[in-house]
Design a protein around this ligand. Sequence first.
Ligand code: HEM
Length: 517
Amino acid sequence: MEVMLQWPSKIVFITSMALLMVVMMMKVVVLLWWKPKKIESHFLKQGIKGPPYHFFIGNVKELVGMMLKASATPMPDFSHNILPRVLSFYHHWKKIYGTPFIVWFGPTVRVTVSDPDLIKEIFISKSELYEKNEAHPLIKQLEGNGLLSLKGQKWAHHRKIITPTFHMENLKLLVPVMTQRMTDMLDKWSAMSANGSRDVEIDVCEWFQTLTEDIITRTVFGTSYEDGKAIFCLQAQQMVLAAETFQKVFIPGYRFMPTRRNIRCWKLDKEIRKSLMKLIESRKSENRRREDGAKDLLGLMIESSYSSPDMSVDDIIEECKSFFFAGKQTTSNLLTWTTVLLAMHPQWQVQARDEVLKVCGSRDLPTKDDVVKLKTLTMILNESLRLYPPTIATIRRAKSDAELGGYMIPRGTELLIPILAVHHDQAIWGNDANEFNPGRFSEGVARAAKHPIGFIPFGLGVRTCIGQNLAVLQAKLALSIILQRFTFRLAPTYQHAPTVLMLLYPQYGAPIIFQPR
Ligand code: HEM
């Protein structure tokens, strides 16, 4: 009797499992094949072509292959035509399909948009239709869930709280401490050159990273600099672990597995959280103010946490991560590329130095008032940001079905804006687009290009870079002091190989020979 009763229920179970499997398989087919193919044909009908979609992986295999091949190919020294090496997939597919074209990152479609009029629509005139895309989980782990990735009301609230830290008036108060750190660094270079009597070879990448790390720590933590430094040190370790994972093949859910690396990461996270909580509590009880009166990010966030539920301890922790991530390597890369460019183009180095000596003298540290007078250096920095923008691309996502320059963009479509390609476009910059010519900025940024949206190293619209003033101020101060103290040229070991891992950096470092003046 018992056996008789079990058979029908077994059959029911097997049938429902089979049905479930069929439904799941259909869902997979719909999501990973039918839907992408439908989107592909939607774009094709509008004349937007691209490499064909492949099941599940999209164009990732071809894309990674092209990037790896490009990064293994040497570049002629002194060539600034870096687009084919750095954004090889864009360079290759644009020639075949024109612009805009689509490219598949797995089953997610990205429309590559490099026309400045369309970029203006996305970031300015119709920006309400687009939002930041959801970052890859590993990138999110690196950049934190702060200003860089927040959306909607919460983003607007955080941006309002944080903005005063980056006003020029506030940043200028940091100038003495910044120049002090810079002279400390250069004193070490002088000591390495037999106390200023001989040439010394320095790979500037790491030195500039240490320098910018120190400055961002002061900007974020202010009076709590020492405790903040220890916390950033833990975050840096966490970033190394996340970056190591990022370079491996991505397995969904892998970051939740108790591997040695993940356990170390979780421990670091706990430690960071604990130290920051302690620091926040002590800041709350002390209510200390900086001697120079400057507002620091932590102080402003703590102040607002008293009145706003949108700034919890967790939010503060995520913002600290975000600023450490966004503020450190971007600025050090700008400094690195500008130093490399000045080493490659000695006539501009001489011009920049003449100006610094005229404005600041040969030994005096540059002041906040000097910085605004350094016109040639400003032109050089702009040209460096144009040819070697540390952030080479950005992405937006259509919040709903949208119309972009006459094209119908379905909800969820990602738009890839290749900043580097816009900056190297001959239609915008003329025939010498790939040449280093700071003179093109002599009448200001607005008149340098044929289109006002041609120069976007810090993004555009409401989500433009909040740290722009800090980055440019640091770069001007550091370069002025370097120019006062040294002449420099590329080391014979320098290999010109710009490449990208999140940001644009020199693949084999940036060894430069400094000669004390
Ligand atoms: C040369 C240096 C820098 C470059 C080239 C750069 C580039 C950019 C770009 C292109 C964006 C816009 C991204 C997008 O629209 O998707 C951005 C946003 C941002 N940057 Fe920077 N950045 C630099 C330095 C800094 C510094 C020093 C800080 C902080 C101290 C910083 C903090 C941020 C933050 C928080 C955002 C997000 C702003 C928001 O969405 O409201 N950046 N940056």
